[in-house]
Ligand binder design. Structure first.
Ligand code: ADP
Ligand code: MG
Ligand code: MG
Length: 883
């Protein structure tokens, strides 16, 4: 098998690039070179080598040496330079590149091939000694950090001291002599920390860097990133070795990053930053403040330093043409790295750009309208989970705000929370339930966990393409970056803005759409659901087969869900209605009654209350199907738990405290989840379900009478395991219906069915369907009962289970397709065999999870049901599943 694939100079071993083999970066370098764009020549060591390397005890396969030599020869041939040649040395970069981009997670080494001899040659041949020594010190610094793993703080310190000694503020002020002197200091630091001199053999350097790139695949931060993004550990990374081009060759050289459209808003305008006389990472590292790419952006920001469009108009025009070519070729918005070496443009990377949900939506719709992609593709382009960002509130423009400072609007959305100055604290306080704003001078890949835990991110340094900005956009966290007037003293737990101070724990609000940073919590308003969002929903509705309902039990939730397009209720949990302060006394009287007569007396008080609940809900859901689940939780959940409450409750219920205590003790269960709950309540106390059924039918008749739009109640019996249970409960419901219909002089269509949440019910679905007219898969409980894992206790071990690959994802978030999924498949098949028109749906939390929705589509269910805010997500996911 071949391990090395060359690109550039009319050679394309990868043939338009397979990302799985070459990694994203390698595939697109090959791709760009193949369509004639200016790409420095290079080669890619394919991703499978990474796995081989680890399987082999971190040793490379035998034939790799020879293949890499061929690759180097390829670059030498095109550049007409020789690797390690003292007179005219070839320098290369060694770059990581996994199948999917993991921004900033993996390592890269630039300027490799420099040593004490070649640096002299480079100085001579370039006629620019300053550039040569700057490149050498960069190389020592980067190699020492990435490959030798020495403390990079020491190198930064030495640079800072050199600047101070000379009275400089910018790196660009250092002269050739200054850099040369610094190189000597760097080499001394290497000897001190590493115990050996800096490697001078360019081949040793190369193999060291290749090993380090593979090594970075197993770094802690890469592992965390993979876990958060569901990237399998066995994919591995590729390694790209590529001829260096230099943006640090003076005023006609530059380096930059750009997006072909605005990644924050989706606007069809080039967007990016660049730095003159700089090398790649300088832009992202926030060492100097980058300049705008376009004149329009510079003017809008009121910035002075010329944009690239103004400073280098010819190269800019070439770059703009490349943007157009790339968008046409890849048919998506691209995120690009480029370098200008003495007026010549070089492309160093392109990939589909990360974007906010808002931008994803706009770009997908625009591209479909431009004819660049089809409507179906537009639907598939938007990540349903990311819609969440759009469905959430923004700052109320009319609310008063105390603006502390303004930074760059790096990732849109508003967030309030307490200021926290380091990622570990952010994670801890977020885990304790606090909303946190992570405030950092700048973020680095070590901050990923803190950024993930935070509601929003604020940095003092860094531009719109800084680490903080890119990662925050990817995570959907609001972010304000580069708030330059902030002075952060993390060790003292304080930040200062002019004369004002904010201490850790004080509440801040950030607006990632404007860049404003405010003291205190600023109120928010609901989002606008028209525009692009509405268009996408219309397109999605045209292609989806699955219906989308909602889990809701209050009129407010029902209204929200309908605005979001819910087509009915998939789960209305009636117990929530019982906790209402005005009713709980009657509920307790019912529970504490010593006989049926006592229970019925209490239930009579509850009947009108329940009827009112359902009336309101049916009015909102006019004419739509509503699945109402009869009482499910164990009764003791309604009794007081605190000793201090007993007295009051006893008094309210008209009982003595002793009786109450005894009854509570009688109701105690060792394992309530598998105890006296669900239809077991209805079997032992049929009068409870009878009251609930009466309330449902009376409400349905009343609403039909009043509005003419009769709801279609679907009465759902929970936790059924046998046909007989369902039959007994259906009789109770049918009798209540007949009694109400006789009373009211009208009938209503209704169904009686069951929630399928026990493995036995799945297996015996054939006979259960003889009675039940619909099945709704209660996948929360079905997951608990199938896996034998308690949802409430799983937190202690489930993360470890996912890390160790026992489950691919948290089975309570995404359906365990192999286990729970097979049971659902069996139940669906057996249920349909008995009753071909049986209605099948899902009402667990999984109903809002796109992967689970794809499973529901594949299994042929009729609908999914999700919480109101997840309804649009489910609509889009259902459309994607159908395509
Ligand atoms: P990352 O994945 O972190 O962006 P890259 O491998 O893309 O890492 O490289 C880091 C920086 O170095 C980028 O700005 C890139 O453009 C620059 N760079 C990489 N290879 C070269 C090269 N051959 N010549 C000049 N700059 C390079
Ligand atoms: Mg890159
Ligand atoms: Mg349940």
């Amino acid at each position: 098998t071949r391990y090395v694939y060359r690109f550039g100079g009319n050679v394309s071993d990868g043939g338009q690039g397979d990302k799985n083999l070459l990694g994203g970066k390698g595939a697109n370098l090959d791709g760009m070179a193949s369509i004639g764009l200016p790409v420095p020549p290079g080669f890619t060591i394919a991703t499978p080598v990474c796995a081989l390397y680890y399987d082999n005890g971190e040793r490379f396969p035998d034939s790799l040496k020879a293949e890499v030599a061929t690759g180097i020869a390829h670059i030498e041939g095109i550049t007409e330079k020789k690797f390690g040649d003292a007179a005219d040395p070839l320098l290369v970069s060694v770059r990581s590149g996994a199948r999917v981009s993991m921004p900033g997670m993996m390592d890269t080494v630039l300027n490799l091939g420099l040593n004490d001899e070649t640096v002299v040659g480079l100085a001579e041949i370039s006629g620019d000694p300053r550039f040569a020594w700057d490149s050498y010190r960069r190389f020592i610094q980067m190699y020492s950090d990435v490959v030798l793993e020495l403390d990079h703080g020491r190198f930064e310190e030495a640079l800072e001291i050199a600047k101070e000694d000379n009275g400089y503020t910018l790196d660009t002020e250092l002269t050739a002599k200054d850099w040369q002197k610094l190189v000597e200091e760097y080499k001394a630091i290497v000897v001190e920390l590493w115990g050996k001199p800096f490697p001078q053999d360019v081949h040793d350097q190369l193999w060291g860097a290749i090993g380090a790139v593979f090594g970075s695949w197993q770094s802690e931060r890469a592992k965390v990133y993979r876990r958060l993004n569901d990237i399998p550990g066995d994919w591995g990374t590729a390694v790209n070795v590529q001829a260096m081009v230099f943006g640090n060759m003076g005023e006609t050289s530059a380096t930059g990053v750009a997006f072909t459209r605005d990644p924050a808003t989706g606007e069809n305008a080039y967007y990016g930053e660049f730095l003159i006389n700089a090398q790649g990472e300088d832009v992202v590292a926030g060492i100097r403040t980058p300049q705008y790419l376009t004149r329009a952006a510079r003017e809008r920001a009121g910035a002075k330093p010329l944009s690239m469009e103004e400073a280098m108009p010819e190269v800019y025009a070439q770059l703009a043409a490349v943007f157009e070519t790339l968008e046409k070729h890849y048919r998506d918005m691209q995120d690009i790295e480029f370098t200008v070496e003495r007026g010549k443009l070089w492309m160093l990377q392109t990939r589909s750009g990360k974007r906010t949900a808002k931008a994803a939506l706009k770009i997908a719709i625009d591209m479909a309208n431009e004819g660049l992609i089809t409507r179906e593709e537009a639907i598939l382009r938007v990540d349903p989970a990311a819609l969440d960002q759009l469905l959430h509130p923004t700052l109320d423009p009319d609310a008063p705000r105390d603006v502390l400072t303004k930074g760059l609007p790096a990732s849109p959305g508003a967030a309030s929370g307490i200021a926290v100055f380091d990622s570990d604290t952010a994670e801890k306080r977020a885990a304790a339930g606090e909303s946190v704003i992570l405030v950092r001078v700048e973020t680095s890949p070590e901050d990923i966990h803190g950024m993930h835990a935070a509601k929003g991110i604020l940095t003092a340094r860094g531009g719109m393409t800084s680490h903080a900005a890119v990662v925050a956009r990817g995570m959907g966290r609001p972010c304000v970056s580069g708030a330059g007037t902030l002075s952060i003293k993390a060790s003292e737990g304080v930040m200062r803005i002019g004369t004002r101070e904010v201490r850790e724990g004080e509440v801040l609000t950030i607006d990632g759409s404007t860049g404003e940073v405010m003291l205190g919590a600023v109120p928010t308003i609901q989002p606008e659901l028209a525009g692009d969002f509405g268009t996408l929903m219309v397109w999605a509705d045209e292609v989806r087969r699955l219906k989308v309902r909602t889990n809701a039990e209050t009129p407010l939730d029902c209204r929200t869900a309908r605005e979001f397009g819910a087509e009915g209720i998939g789960l209305c949990r009636t117990e929530h209605m019982f906790f209402d302060a005005a009713r709980i006394t009657a509920v307790r009287q019912m529970i504490l009654a010593s006989d049926e007569a006592g229970r019925r007396a209490a239930l009579d008080k509850l009947l009108p209350e329940q009827r009112a609940d359902f009336t309101e809900i049916f009015e909102v859901m006019a004419g739509l199907p509503c699945t109402i689940r009869l009482l499910d939780p164990p009764l003791h959940e309604f009794l007081p738990h605190e000793e201090s409450e007993f007295e009051e409750v006893a008094k309210a219920a008209g009982l003595d405290v002793e009786t109450l205590r005894r009854r509570a003790a009688e109701l105690h269960e060792f394992n309530p989840m598998l105890g006296h709950r669900g239809c077991r309540l209805g079997v032992t106390y049929p009068e409870i379900y009878e009251m609930q059924a009466r309330a449902i039918f009376e409400a349905a008749c009343d609403v039909a009478e009043k509005s003419g739009a009769a709801p279609v109640p679907e009465v759902m019996i929970p936790l059924v395991g046998t046909r007989r249970e369902l039959e007994l409960m259906k009789n109770v419901v049918d009798r209540a219906a007949q009694a109400v219909f006789a009373d009211k002089g009208r009938t209503i269509d209704y169904l009686v069915g069951t929630m399928i949440e026990l493995p036995r019910a799945c297996l015996r679905a054939g006979e259960i369907a003889e009675v039940g007219e619909f099945f709704s898969f209660g996948t929360n409980d079905l997951t608990q009962t199938t896996l034998g894992v308690s949802r409430d206790d799983a937190g202690r071990f489930l993360t470890t289970y996912v890390e160790k690959g026992i489950y691919a994802r948290d089975p309570f978030v995404s359906i365990d397709v192999e286990g729970v999924g097979e049971l659902i498949g069996i139940a669906a098949e057996r249920g349909r065999a008995t009753r071909p028109d049986i209605k099948l749906g899902i009402c667990g939390e999984h109903g809002g999870d796109p992967a689970s929705i794809a499973f529901c589509e594949a299994t042929g269910l009729d609908y999914v049901s999700a919480s109101p805010y997840r309804v649009p997500i489910a609509r889009l996911a259902a459309a994607q599943a159908a395509l």
